[in-house]
Design a protein around this ligand. Structure first.
Ligand code: AMP
Ligand code: MG
Length: 411
């Protein structure tokens, strides 16, 4: 039996980056950027006003006060989107609006609320500091800056930035297409009649959802009975995908044919059995360029092994700069026991309190208790043959987005 780290290393060494494609800007939401974005221009392109007010030269207002205001002549107006018609001269101001370019000869803006108007003059009652209420050229972005790196996931903020730099389309990595196969004589589809002894195939759905969540595109291969040739046939359909995931039939029972079926489609099997709980029997192989995963059948084991092994593989194939979820250290609410000889991945809820995260077991940790995955905010990593005492530190892999940022213990 090998460790989780060794298994991961073997897997990641054998999965490769997919291709790239150009997509329309908005369609790139949630995709992974496949090229660095270097700004070719400054944003903002010219110094502009941060307020509705009057553009002026700060030096003209030296010594201005309530009792001795400085009067400056209003010589024009600059609405947003219009260039000033001429430079500003001595003793002059120009009416200016938010976002409008500053005229040459001006270096600051005084908000309109602060001045008194008198005919075609304004009265300035305080000295204005150079640069006040001016957004300098290049304040946000300088030409030549690498503003986005390849491997970055595109969120609404990236979309806005790309738009502001004039990218109507963007190069992103291909999403891995993942064929998902469930095996087992006991399985029926959601919409089939559930005869006695049969259960609904839920793994295909949780796994396809995990594929999507990891940035991939699921392809449903349905259910194969525990029959070598049937499993082999469906696995062959999966060879046109970028990766194949199966569930169940990988233990040592008489009806466990997945490993043999994988060999019959030409897969080389690189590992079996990882020292972890839940989910010891996990198979990884490669059929030509297609990585294949045989995950265990118990619903929690299937999801946890997907999380630990398939997700990083998919993220690597899809060009993600961050393959693994960041972990956090929480404090145990109540003791967390792992008497066995394998590392435990225990379902916990996470609670923020007094500037720290606290982790509480969700209850029954059986590998068929799918409800506990619904409750879990994360997986607590419990070393073999140890008890983490109440209040003791425990490493947690957060599974929900709300917890995916590393948080300092101190507020
Ligand atoms: P196996 O790995 O074939 O021994 O299956 C282990 C357990 O997982 C058994 O209780 C199966 O009924 C259950 N199981 C296998 N496949 C699925 C599936 N697709 N959906 C839900 N439960 C499953
Ligand atoms: Mg079975």
């Amino acid at each position: 039996m090998i460790s989780v780290e060794d298994a991961l290393a073997q897997i990641l060494e054998r999965v490769h980056l997919l291709g790239r494609e150009k997509v329309a800007l908005l369609s790139s939401l949630g995709r992974v950027l496949a090229e660095p974005i270097v700004a070719l221009k400054e944003i903002p392109p010219w110094p502009n006003s941060a307020m509705d007010g009057f553009a002026l030269l700060a030096a003209e207002t030296t010594g201005a006060s309530e009792s001795r205001p400085v009067a400056l002549q209003v010589v024009g107006a600059i609405p947003a989107g219009v260039l000033p018609s001429r430079p500003l001269g001595g003793g002059e101001v120009m009416r200016i609006f938010t976002g409008a370019p500053l005229p040459e000869g001006a270096d600051s803006v005084i908000p309109q609320e602060e001045v008194a108007r008198q005919d075609n003059h304004v009265l300035i009652r305080r000295p204005v500091a150079e640069g006040e209420f001016v957004r300098p050229r290049g304040e946000d972005i300088r030409a030549g800056d690498e503003v986005l790196a390849a491997g970055q996931e595109i969120t609404p903020a990236e979309i806005g930035l790309l738009a502001s730099l004039g990218h109507a389309s963007v190069m992103v990595y291909d999403q891995p297409r993942v064929a998902v196969l469930s095996t087992g004589d006991e399985l029926v589809e959601i919409d089939q009649e559930q005869k006695p002894g049969k259960i609904i195939n839920s793994n295909s759905y949780s796994l396809m959802a995990q594929v999507r969540d990891a940035g991939g595109i699921p392809v449903n291969l349905g259910i194969a009975p525990d029959h070598l040739a049937s499993i082999e046939e469906r696995l062959r359909w999966g060879l046109s995908a970028d990766l194949i995931v199966t569930s169940a039939g990988v233990s040592v029972g008489e009806y466990d044919f997945v490993r043999s079926a994988l060999e019959r489609i030409g897969a080389q099997l690189h590992l079996w059995q990882v020292s972890m709980r839940p989910g010891k029997p996990i198979t990884f192989g490669t059929a030509g360029a297609v990585p294949v995963f045989g995950l265990p059948g118990n619903p929690v084991s299937a999801m946890v092994t997907f999380e630990l092994f398939v997700r990083p593989a998919l993220r690597k194939m899809g060009g993600h700069g961050q393959i693994f979820r960041p972990t956090l250290t929480a404090l145990a609410i109540g003791p967390i026991e792992n008497p066995g000889q394998r590392r435990g991945y225990l379902r916990v809820t996470l609670h923020a309190r007094d500037g720290a995260f606290w982790a509480r077991l969700t209850g029954n940790q059986g590998s068929a208790i799918l409800k506990s995955m619904v409750q879990a905010d994360g997986l607590a990593v419990a070393p073999p043959a140890t008890t983490i005492s109440a209040g003791g530190p425990v490493v947690v892999i957060p599974l929900r987005r709300e917890f995916t940022r590393e948080v300092d213990a101190a507020p």
